[in-house]
Design a protein around this ligand. Structure first.
Ligand code: DGT
Ligand code: CA
Ligand code: ZN
Length: 505
């Protein structure tokens, strides 16, 4: 640990001395030459590339300071939740092999399940305080490319894809508080800090204290904190907004849906369209690897209007015969006959109603004209009595395509009225609906379906992401259609048929 005793360094800048290569005298020079006296001023100066004007800094120093302050425009890119999750888990697994590490948890946006991640945060409970030894080991771990900063309480590592990982160290007494604090979100933390202050407490990464006596009250665990604040435990996914805090205080937080509650995956593509696997192979694999699923729905693209990697009308009965054959092998109707049709430019579908009627499950999706307002197309699809679900409703591809404009109030109201479900598509670059649209949808009474849209077997794991988004949107199992058994799904379909027939009388 370098000395923080040098009183010419402003307090808020002392942590910068943990950056590799940054000495007290270099930092003093920076403060003097850039005329900065606190963290905010330094961040602003660094973001404006003013570190380039300080000759005492090496290019490496500048890069490290900018990354540490999170103002490095070249390096600070957000990555997909799924990619960060795989990395985060790898780091956790490596850290847990160390004898000093008693507990390790993801924190930050990665624990909250944000759809993109700026950097990975991990909180570790360590035995003893021989952090130098720990640092030595972490530096040599396979995930670590180099270490930018190392202090007693936190280590900042550059991963091989240039993503940053912050590893926060806490002892047993303070693990809960550190985990709580570094899980965030920042705005949620501020709301809780404010609330705690009203109750006479002070809360920070080191614990919950009595404001008057400064007595340490909690926390070994996050549960301790919520107990002291007299509120329900708030799942990390929901730690974003005030309305959740209000519900937790009123003890009215709904139980969130879990993966175990799902009874099937309702959008899967086989080699009859653009998927990679045969129906038999997929069915056998899912049957064994996801033993609690009661059904799967094969929903190959089908169209009378286009060719190439789609199921053409003439092949539909052949595919049905193949599904029957596979179900005979498995001994029951495990594989359902679904389809994903295109919503055409005028809102009509890529297969006629006579053909749609024959399927167990029909998904209608927009696959063209992503820039225009697509409200009318979605409304028209909801009105079709044979459409059960709208696929990837907003059409966004994270990082490359914005969601198209839609009047969601209109669409969700009609979807609820006609018993048309909306999809939560779990592909890592879709996550569509996103959390805020999910919340809006369930508030309007829309039922949702969590699907992987898998085109091969590895993509079946995306289901975890879909469940995560549903939880972040505040869904209970009652909001999610594929927590129902197939008999109940049939009832949902019949509700649509009868509601639409009533309208036409
Ligand atoms: P990211 O990394 O941009 O995806 O988003 P987060 O939420 O992971 O944010 P990050 O990495 O800057 O910080 C991790 C958590 O640490 C954050 O969610 C809340 C906590 N935190 C960081 N800075 C502050 C702060 O200035 N005040 C408070 N109350 N909490 C903070
Ligand atoms: Ca983070
Ligand atoms: Zn699609």
């Amino acid at each position: 640990m370098k000395s923080h005793m040098n009183n010419t360094i402003p307090d808020s800048l002392a942590d910068l001395l943990d950056i590799r290569g940054i000495t007290t005298s270099k930092l003093n020079t920076v403060c003097r030459e850039l005329e900065v006296g606190n963290l905010r001023q330094l961040s602003t100066a660094a973001a404006m590339e003013q570190l380039e004007n300080v000759p005492a800094l090496s290019p490496e120093d500048r890069k490290n300071i900018k990354r540490y302050l999170k103002v490095d425009k070249d390096a600070d890119q957000r990555i997909l939740l799924w990619d960060a999750l795989l990395q985060g888990r790898e780091i956790l697994r490596a850290l847990r092999t160390l004898p000093e590490v008693e507990k390790a948890s993801l924190a930050g946006s990665l624990r909250r399940g944000k759809d993109t991640i700026g950097d990975v945060d991990i909180v570790v409970q360590v035995k003893g305080r021989d952090y130098k030894k720990l640092l030595y080991k972490i530096e040599r771990m396979p995930f670590s490319e180099r270490i930018i900063t190392a202090g007693r309480n936190r280590i900042c590592v550059v991963l091989h894809n240039q993503l940053l990982a912050f590893i926060y160290l806490a002892d047993e007494q303070h693990f809960g508080a550190a985990l709580w604090y570094y899980t965030g979100s920042k705005s949620y933390n501020a709301l809780i800090e404010h609330m705690a202050a009203d109750k006479g407490y002070r809360i920070d990464p080191l614990g919950l204290y009595d404001r008057k006596t400064n007595k340490y009250l909690a926390t070994k665990t996050e549960e301790d904190i919520f107990n002291y604040l007299e509120m329900d435990f708030i799942p990390p996914e929901l730690r974003e907004e005030q309305y959740v805090i209000d519900k937790a205080i009123a003890h009215k937080l709904p139980p969130l849906v879990t993966f175990d509650q799902l009874k099937g995956d309702m959008q899967l593509h086989s080699d009859w369209s653009d998927g990679e696997g045969s129906i038999e192979h997929m069915a056998r694999y899912i049957f064994n690897v996801f033993p609690h699923y009661q059904y799967i729905v094969i929903t190959d693209h089908a169209s009378a209007n286009r060719t190439g990697h789609v199921l053409e009308p003439g092949s539909i009965y052949l595919q049905a015969a193949e599904i029957n054959r596979v179900n005979d092998i498995l001994g029951f109707d495990y594989v359902k006959k679904g389809v994903e049709v295109d919503i055409l430019e005028n809102g009509e579908l890529s297969l006629p109603d006579e053909l749609l009627q024959g399927f167990d499950w029909v998904i209608a999706s927009v696959h063209s004209q992503f820039a225009r307002d697509n409200t009318s197309r979605l409304l028209k699809a909801c009105e079709n009595p044979y459409v059960h679900c709208i696929g990837h409703p907003s059409g966004r591809i994270i990082g490359s395509r914005n969601p198209y404009p839609v009047n969601w109030d209109l669409v969700f109201d009609l979807a609820a009225a006609t018993s048309t479900a909306m999809e939560i598509n779990a592909r890592p670059n879709r996550l569509d609906l996103n959390d805020s649209l999910i919340r809006k949808a369930i508030t309007a009474g829309v039922k949702l379906v969590i699907n992987t849209d898998a085109h091969n077997l590895t993509q079946l794991d995306f289901i975890q992401l879909g469940v995560w988004m549903a939880r972040k949107g505040g869904c209970s199992n009652t909001d999610i259609l594929n927590t129902l058994n197939w008999k109940e799904i049939e009832k949902f379909k019949n509700r649509k048929l009868s509601s639409i027939k009533k309208d036409h009388r």
